[in-house]
Design a protein around this ligand. Sequence first.
Ligand SMILES: Nc1ncnc2c1ncn2[C@@H]1O[C@H](COP(=O)(O)OP(=O)(O)OP(=O)(O)O)[C@@H](O)[C@H]1O
Length: 226
Amino acid sequence: MSPLIELVGVTKTLKGQQRPRTILDGVDLAVEPGESVAILGRSGSGKSTLLSLIGLFDRPDSGQYFMGGRDLARIPERKAAALRSAEFGFVFQRFFLLKHLTAAQNVAMALVNGQGWLPRRKRKARTLEALDQVGIAHLAKHRPPKLSGGEQQRVAVARALVRNPSLLLADEPTGALDTETGNLVIDVMRAATDRGCGLILVTHDQAHAAKMHRVLHLRSGVLEPA
Ligand SMILES: Nc1ncnc2c1ncn2[C@@H]1O[C@H](COP(=O)(O)OP(=O)(O)OP(=O)(O)O)[C@@H](O)[C@H]1O
């Protein structure tokens, strides 16, 4: 099977306040469809920087980034934006839900923004399916302030999954949750990989990392098996 994504010798140097600092120094990473990979590393080691390159929010200084046989390392922003909404689902530590919209409306927003126009009935069905996938279809009409942190993060996961992304990118998605609630969120993301979606999880939690197929450590700018 050819990998979903493949990074080869990716480097990134950030211009710090005093002097430039090489954060990524030759990162190699291949992720297969349906594979889940955890990335551990001390604070400031560059995990979020790496995830933002993979999610095409930024580009590497050198190296290659293949997806579907194309090298995306230097694609312009217009093309990157289209790929971002077609291929990736993002989950962050903060949930970034709109408070005045219901859970279902928050999820449906991803369909309106990302995929052009979908008939209303299809949009509704896809939204409920995504909420069901994360076990909170019964909360579809609730607004975020009435939901617990774990429920809000599951809405955010449903929003990330509703467009059937090829790859889910999660940056410390359980950072604001207690262990038990965090476990639930990890389990629903992990379940998405059973349906063929790849998952890259940046985490500080060893137990959550251990639930992934593979655990890597970002150390001195390179990824090593943990
Ligand atoms: N835009 C930027 N310009 C300059 N330095 C930056 C920029 N973004 C991040 N950094 C620095 O780059 C380093 C790596 O940051 P990054 O957020 O990728 O690390 P991280 O491993 O995700 O950390 P954490 O676990 O604390 O979230 C840090 O030292 C950070 O201060």
